[in-house]
Design a protein around this ligand. Structure first.
Ligand SMILES: [Cu+2]
Length: 546
């Protein structure tokens, strides 16, 4: 290598280091003085209020009701209470655990000033039930969301998706887990169940000096400097010396994390990644670190029987070019006690897990490129914004076809890109500059996804089949500050022959029949069962014949 080459290589290497290690910004939030003094909260499991059995189709529909309401909670000892708005007045909201194949109707009642829209992230819901940003529930109104739950077992989450206010509403607590379970598959894989299967909603937030949530409605970066897990800052969790299944969700407004599990001497405990956004992976992947971008879900198996340590720490490191604050990298402490059931810990995980439903390219492959960039003062997709109704529909996709989409980011920012309706396969990541990665992580290679982590100076290539319904859907950056300001667009899955819809009833998200209605103050469960659930379950929304 000639001296000039060595020099330029050195410059390139240094620029990678400096780009990945932006200067440290002082903390904005108060110091948390009760680290590892509070146990990890586990959100309660939501129970249905009534159930409808459809004699004609054999389908079962469970009915639930959730109220969006404000509540106060003290977060910082010695400071004032924080004002949250959460599902059923808690953060995270209650957890849904739904057996695969049982349909649900969930009535969301909004008691608050901010209008709400609810997206069940990870579900192929019809467009009218998908949480279209303008299909909002005003104060004292309700909307019934009808979900199919026919997809393979997976960890979904429900969260606010309202127009321009998603960051504020999610940050103030509007997020919860929704799990589709498949007992047969989970037993075959010998995965930890019951109290050994724990959802972890991890959020990085800012807090105001008075202990409240700050107003984050103004445009600008919102990376947060203080982590909470299931709503608790720096919790601890008592575990037994055996295997656990953790369903990790990054519910942060903007920050990507890189998780490790460390002992007191900085040694990393290896763990297995078994599930992703779209359920189980094709094989388990052993790793010592896990990058989780906003809205991504990764399921891991941690064997606390594989260490002699009494405590371990879930830690995070800085990733991408996210603004770097003085962050305590210590997120949660595990305190390990001898197992009550040591025999379970010795059952090995199978290497092969499930067959993925990979998109097949049967048509001449259409490739489309989307640039996630900056236009003037706005975040845009190919220069377009969601707030511009005339131009926000950027693609028509013929129903049932497979397309390759190239998601291209710029320098200095990361964009976790979410495409509604579909699961996709990430086939390639290209580095566009010195800060970009040119590889897929090992766990991305064996997973189906609904979030693609596009880092600084990266291009991510994905393959998806646009099915099983037609309709108008959103795709956007899931850094919610970018999404609100205005990095979101729409695509239209259409009938091949007419480029229109076979039936627009479920395909136009603003269809009047399904919009929010005034809430009278009580719900008549007899009427719900005899009329509402019967009507939904007979309207054919989820019959795969179009
Ligand atoms: Cu973004």
């Amino acid at each position: 290598m000639r001296p000039i080459q060595i020099f330029s290589t050195l410059v390139a290497l240094l620029s990678v280091v400096s780009a990945q290690q932006p200067s440290v910004i002082p903390r904005k939030s108060p110091v948390y003085t009760e680290e590892f003094q509070h146990t990890l909260p586990i959100p309660p499991v939501k129970r249905p209020l009534t159930t409808y059995h459809n004699k004609k189709t054999g389908k079962v529909v469970d009915f639930y009701e959730i109220r969006i309401k404000s509540f106060k909670k003290n977060i910082f000892k010695g400071l004032g209470d924080a004002n949250f708005v959460g599902y059923d007045g808690m953060v995270p909201g209650p957890t849904f655990r739904v057996p695969r194949g049982r349909e649900t109707v969930i009535r969301f009642i909004n008691e608050e000033q901010n209008a709400a829209s609810i997206h069940l992230h990870g579900s192929y819901s019809r467009a009218v039930f998908d949480g279209w940003a303008e299909d909002m529930i005003p104060k004292d109104h309700y909307k019934d969301y009808y979900y199919p739950n026919a997809q393979n077992a997976r960890t979904l989450w429900y969260h606010d998706h309202s127009n321009g206010k998603t960051a504020v509403n999610v940050n103030s607590g509007q997020a919860g887990f929704y799990i589709i379970e498949d007992a047969e598959v989970e037993q075959r894989l010998c995965l930890p169940q019951g109290k050994y299967d724990i959802p972890l909603m991890i959020s990085a937030r800012f807090w105001a000096a008075n202990g409240d949530l700050p107003d984050i409605s103004a445009p600008g970066p919102q990376y947060g400097d203080t982590y909470s897990v299931n709503g608790q800052i720096s919790p601890y969790l008592d575990v037994e010396s055996r295997k656990y299944r953790f369903r990790i969700l990054n519910a942060s407004v903007g920050r990507t994390s890189n998780f490790t599990i460390e002992d007191g001497k900085g040694r990393l405990l290896p763990f297995h990644v078994v599930g992703s956004d779209a359920g189980f992976m094709s094989k388990r992947v052993e790793t010592k670190s896990l990058v989780v971008a906003p809205a991504e879900r990764w399921e891991i198996i941690v064997d606390f029987g594989a260490t002699d340590e009494k405590t371990l720490m879930l830690r995070t490191a800085q990733v991408f070019s996210d603004q770097r604050y003085e962050i305590s990298g210590n997120i949660m402490q595990f305190r390990i006690a001898k197992s009550e059931a040591p025999s379970l810990a010795v059952i090995p995980l199978p290497n092969k897990l499930v067959d993925l439903d990979l998109p097949k390219v049967t048509n001449a492959l259409v490739t489309k490129t989307f640039v996630f960039g900056r236009t003037g003062t706005l975040w845009t997709i190919n220069g377009k914004t969601f707030h511009d109704p005339k131009n926000r529909l950027v693609e028509n996709v013929p129903f049932g076809t497979t397309e390759k989409w190239i998601l291209r980011g710029g320098a200095g920012w990361s964009h976790p890109v979410h495409i509604h309706l579909v699961d996709f396969q990430i086939i390639k990541r290209v580095a566009l500059g010195p800060t970009g990665r040119d590889y897929l992580t090992e766990y991305e290679r064996f997973a189906m996804k609904d979030i693609a982590a596009v880092g600084s100076e990266e291009e991510v290539h994905i393959l998806a089949k646009y099915a099983p319904w037609d309709g108008l859907y959103m795709f956007h950056c899931h850094n919610l500050a970018h999404e609100d300001d205005n990095m979101m667009a729409a695509f239209n899955v259409t009938n091949i022959k007419t480029m229109g819809y076979k039936d627009s009833k479920f395909s136009d998200p603003m269809t009047a029949e399904f919009r929010a209605k005034p809430y009278k103050g009580t719900t008549d469960l007899v009427e719900v069962k005899s009329a509402v659930l019967e009507r939904y379950s007979n309207m054919g929304a989820y019959e795969k014949n179009n």
